[in-house]
Design a protein around this ligand. Structure first.
Ligand SMILES: Cc1ncc(COP(=O)(O)O)c(C=O)c1O
Length: 382
């Protein structure tokens, strides 16, 4: 074995010992069930909140786009990869989020790692909620700006940091998940928007888990009594929207700057036509039936009531168990009962907070939610 293999093997052994080694499991998905390791399980681990990955109208839109435009984009959007569907999707996203313009990226991860370095650099500051998603951290690091974190959802702490540090940096970006991906709670966007505006800082909200399922389907900016002042509304098309791709909704000059400066947009191939067409069809469905968008949260609330857990704020419900081993054991117990609830371990979540993370979808059957809640109450959280 050479030094490269030695290095990899030693790392893996250390991960194994800590119960943190991960592996890929082939998983065939249907609307609600998955097949893995020869078993059919009801999944509570897919972010397909509106079950749109399997929707006939969306599949048909994707197939029609392939027939018309082909499979791949063939180049970066700035070269020849900007097929006509891109503009249509961006117009719809801007309408949904009430912004002047929108810009579609290859994925949510690519969006954040493109947006942040296009806006801030070495002299600047990125202020992050401590539980922000990995791709907000990655974007902040790529930007080479200084980074500071405020305690989770603690607007007072963010205000203290802005008072102490704002004057030292020409530009400050405040970044947070809109709906926290591993905790399911919502960021106080109205208050953060006011605070950022007061300090001439720019608020970026990652609404990966908000679009389609909170705020009447419009996302976390619209979840409160009044819309929050969020000039940078980023998100993904890969969860409730059912496909793939990322986006930024913002003012026209900001979007035009992305087209000129966001490296993950400029130096990466445009999204395939079928993927863009699927997102347009999904937004059509969500726009036509806002009541459907409310269903995943209603199901999550029914679960938390019956399981005697704190009330769900989004379709994501965490059950924090502590050690990686405890989370893995609980996941296996539920798998024995026919449920897929994947254990989430560090570094995805902080040390000592390994958990089960449940994601509820519009189509989960009520009787199965009740059975799962009873199991969690009696055998997991007891
Ligand atoms: C909060 C959050 N932001 C961004 C992403 C990345 O989005 P994508 O899967 O489109 O890369 C994810 C999940 O994957 C997420 O949970």
């Amino acid at each position: 074995m050479d030094s490269l293999d030695d290095f990899a093997a030693a790392k893996l052994t250390a991960l194994d010992r800590a119960g943190l080694r991960r592996g890929l499991v082939a998983t065939a998905r249907g609307a609600l069930h998955v097949e893995r390791n020869g078993r059919r399980l009801l999944s509570f681990s897919c972010n397909d909140y509106l079950n749109l990955t399997q929707h006939p109208a969306i599949k048909a839109a994707a197939i029609a786009a392939i027939e018309r435009f082909g499979v791949g984009s063939g180049a970066s959007r700035l070269v020849t990869g900007n097929h006509p569907l891109h503009g249509e999707l961006e117009a719809r996203l801007a309408r949904l989020k009430d912004t002047e313009a929108a810009c579609v990226f290859g994925s949510g991860f690519l969006a954040n790692t493109g947006i942040i370095p296009a806006l801030v650099g070495t002299d600047d500051l990125v202020l992050l909620d401590e539980l922000s998603h990995a791709c907000l951290w990655a974007g902040a690091r790529l930007s080479r700006a200084a980074t500071l974190t405020y305690r989770h959802n603690d607007v007072g702490h963010a205000a203290d940091l802005l008072r102490a540090h704002r004057g030292r940096h020409p530009r400050v970006l405040v970044a947070t998940d809109g709906v926290f991906s591993m905790d399911g709670d919502l960021a106080p966007l109205v208050e953060l928007g006011r605070l950022a505006r007061e300090h001439d800082a720019w608020l970026l909200s990652d609404d990966a888990h908000g679009i389609g399922v909170v705020g009447g389907g419009r996302g976390s900016t619209f979840a409160g009594a009044v819309p929050a002042d969020v000039p940078l509304q980023m998100g993904t098309l890969s969860k409730a929207i059912g496909g793939y791709g990322g986006y930024l909704c913002a003012a026209r000059p900001v979007v035009d700057l992305m087209i000129n400066r966001a490296r993950t947009l400029i130096y990466s191939t445009g999204l395939p036509p079928a993927t863009v067409a699927a997102a347009i069809a999904a937004l059509d469905l969500i726009g036509r039936d806002p009541a459907y968008a409310a269903r995943p949260l209603a199901k999550a609330k029914a679960f938390t009531r019956r399981a005697q857990l704190p009330e769900a704020q989004s379709p994501i419900v965490p059950i924090v168990l502590g050690s990686a081993q405890a989370a893995l054991a609980a996941s296996r117990r539920l798998e024995d009962e026919g449920f897929l609830v994947v254990a989430i371990r560090p570094p995805t979540v902080p040390e000592g907070t390994a958990r089960l993370r449940l994601a509820f979808t519009a189509a989960h059957p009520d009787d199965e939610i009740e059975r799962l809640a009873d199991l969690v109450r009696e055998r997991v959280h007891a």
